[in-house]
Design a protein around this ligand. Sequence first.
Ligand code: GDP
Length: 326
Amino acid sequence: MSSAPDGMAAQILAGDRRALARAITLIESTRADHRREAEALLEAVLPRTGRSLRIGISGPPGVGKSTFIEAFGRHAISAGKRLAVLAVDPTSRLSGGSILGDKTRMEELSRMEEAFIRPSPAGLTLGGVARRTREALLLCEAAGFDLILVETVGVGQSETAVAEMVDLFLLLLLPGGGDDLQGIKRGIMELADIIVVNKADGDLAPAAERSAADVANALRLMQPLHKAWRPEVLRCSALKNIGIEAIWERTEAFAAALGGSGELPARRRIQAKSWLWHELSDNLLETLKSHPIVAERLIDLEAKVAAGKMAPATAARQVLAAFLGG
Ligand code: GDP
């Protein structure tokens, strides 16, 4: 099977969508031989990656993420882009399916030749989903997609994971969120490069205007993440397709500003290094847990720690000694 990734790499580089879909299935597999093939494939396509704008999209459930991605995606395509939509959805392992797997979402976009939509892999932890999404992102770039949207369902940790793999983090909010900003934690606000108040239409338009002003005030108190960019607040109606073009223009302005200041390539270098460390710590932990002597010792040590008969630090040191000794 070792030649399979070579053929596959060529197909992906030629923009073959079915090969791309198969390759993403390969990288989502946890089988050791599949992992080796996936790594060979990623090595083969790596020189052809990195030429897209990577945008993370987050926001509370019901804010209109899929409606927005549909409108934004259509606009990007009309501007000559080819876009891939990936998801980081840590809930998909609970429901057994993915939110993005729901056929009614992004219906129009999913029928377009210039778009590629891939649901979140099921059956993985958030760390696993994030790792595989990063790899899928590289494969999509190699296949010639020059705009990658990574959607996250607004629950806790997934936003941080997405912010670590994209160039631009776009946060969607609802009109009239009030002081608590719709349960969006301050830390997540701080990750945002562009904040968009969606549903700025009909009866909700005045509330959207007030929310945008509130968010703009809150942002003024925050330390900007970049030298060349201050986070911006915009309004749109994804449903009525109002304000989408302005958002598209600001994403391009962001890319130009951070590309010009050198912060974009710097951010990607930091992300790549941090990815290496995530891989290392995950792999080390898996190797350690599957070590036969360690696994046996762990049963006993875990029981002792749980019963309060041994300090966790002592147990951890003994586990490491067993691992390194054998
Ligand atoms: P998601 O859960 O964040 O992906 O949200 P959806 O895109 O599924 O949208 C949730 C609901 O909000 C749907 O009923 C949409 O039709 C509606 N919606 C989305 N965008 C807008 C908008 O701009 N204006 C209005 N009035 N409704 C919207």
